[in-house]
Design a protein around this ligand. Structure first.
Ligand SMILES: CC(C)(COP(=O)(O)OP(=O)(O)OC[C@H]1O[C@@H](n2cnc3c(N)ncnc32)[C@H](O)[C@@H]1OP(=O)(O)O)[C@@H](O)C(=O)NCCC(=O)NCCS
Length: 357
């Protein structure tokens, strides 16, 4: 059964933080603690990141706090991630020409869930007046492509006909802003996609094929979880946060992603010169340039593998969807693009999209 991506949406937090602002706070804190300083020029050169949007800037740029300040909400209030997700969903529904009541499945697909249950997806389903069922799914940075693949299977098996895949990422809450190696990496954002059994009148993409891969790696970890408070001597100060061996990740993941996309294209009988766009996961601009060059066979023009990393930093599963959301309307009917995520697990998801309306 054919499945179509008919709409996308993006919620961008209002607080924007430049490298210079982030480094100023980091260096003041590092000075107080006798640690090595960070450097804004290093950040741009090593990663391509210039800026990020955060759910709370005040706590992050306060050298005596170094983490976002997120207000407690009552159980009767909408949760923060659901609130971000709903704003992205409303945009995605508007672009698909649909209402919440026409949706019959909601998947929240993201790296960090603010609680195990009730599922945020069910909260969003309720708030939007959607039908059917909803559940949360976590495959780290690849959550959105795995969520899209799950949505396609639900539509293929006739369990749903219109599915929202929502990725509300608050990466700033799992980032150690006092860690020189990674304090600049992440930003916050939420995306949403509408998947349907029918194309919409304009701007629709057929999901031609999806391909997933996971290979275990210890190089990116977040050990925080419900067992954490039971660990001996555990205090909030030692609560485990994101950690990675960035250099190893770079070296190991690039060939895996290139192989997966190339295999996927080969099985589908698609030549690299027929790929009009790569909407890649946004973790590192050098990594993306390398992947795009190896997939396309030539150094990519910026429009062939658009970057949003400079403005948004790494927004985990939302990154490749932000790239899609911002850079797809110029494609014409018949054009083919690949949406590809990669990250912790390791996990990789490749989605071949063909513009059909
Ligand atoms: C994280 C990343 C940007 C780091 O870039 P890198 O070029 O590998 O940098 P390294 O960590 O090897 O550090 C290089 C040097 O810069 C220094 N450095 C590290 N952080 C620094 C900072 N904030 N400011 C100044 N210098 C810094 C290091 O100490 C090291 O110095 P040395 O050469 O004297 O030992 C890069 O490895 C990356 O993006 N990898 C991919 C990660 C990824 O995709 N993760 C998925 C996450 S979801």
């Amino acid at each position: 059964m054919a499945v179509f991506l008919t709409g996308s949406g993006l919620y961008t937090p209002t607080d924007s933080v430049s490298n210079a602002e982030l480094v100023a706070a980091f260096n003041q804190n590092a000075d107080q603690n006798g640690k090595e300083l960070s450097d804004a020029d290093f950040i741009v050169k090593a990663s391509g990141i210039q800026n990020r949007f955060l759910m709370d800037k005040s706590g992050v740029v306060d050298p005596n706090r170094m983490k976002p300040l997120i207000a407690t909400r009552e159980d009767t209030q909408l949760s923060l991630q659901a609130e971000m997700g709903i704003q992205a969903c409303e945009q995605a529904l508007a672009s698909a020409g649909r209402t919440g009541a026409e949706i019959d499945a909601v998947i929240v697909a993201c790296s960090n869930m603010q609680r195990p249950y009730p599922a945020m997806a069910i909260e969003i389903q309720h708030a939007l007046g959607a039908q059917g069922f909803a559940f949360d799914l976590n495959v780290a940075c690849s959550s959105a492509t795995f969520g899209l693949t799950t949505a396609k299977s639900l539509i293929d098996s006739k369990q749903a006909s219109r599915v929202l895949v929502v990725s509300p990422e608050i990466c700033s809450a799992h980032l150690d802003f006092t860690d020189r190696d990674s304090h600049f990496i992440f930003g916050d954002a939420a995306t949403a996609m509408v998947l349907e059994s029918e194309p919409s009148a304009t701007n629709s993409f057929e999901v031609q094929s999806t391909k997933l891969l996971t290979v275990f790696s210890n190089n990116i970890r977040n050990n925080g979880g419900f067992l954490t408070r039971c660990e001996p001597d555990m205090t909030l100060e030692h609560y485990p946060l994101f950690k990675q061996n960035g250099r190893k990740v770079f070296k190991e993941v690039v060939p895996m992603v290139v192989n997966l996309i190339n295999e996927h294209l080969a099985v589908q009988g698609i030549e690299s010169q027929d790929i009009k766009r790569l909407w890649l996961h946004q973790a590192n601009s050098n990594m993306n340039r390398l992947i795009a060059t190896k997939v396309l066979g030539v150094e990519p023009l910026s429009e062939q593998a658009p970057q949003i990393l400079d403005e948004y930093a790494n927004t985990s599963s939302a990154g490749s969807v932000i790239a899609f959301h911002k850079y797809h309307t110029d494609l014409v009917v018949g054009d083919t693009g690949v949406l590809c995520s990669f990250g912790a697990g390791y996990s990789i998801g490749s989605v071949i999209l063909r513009k059909c309306a």
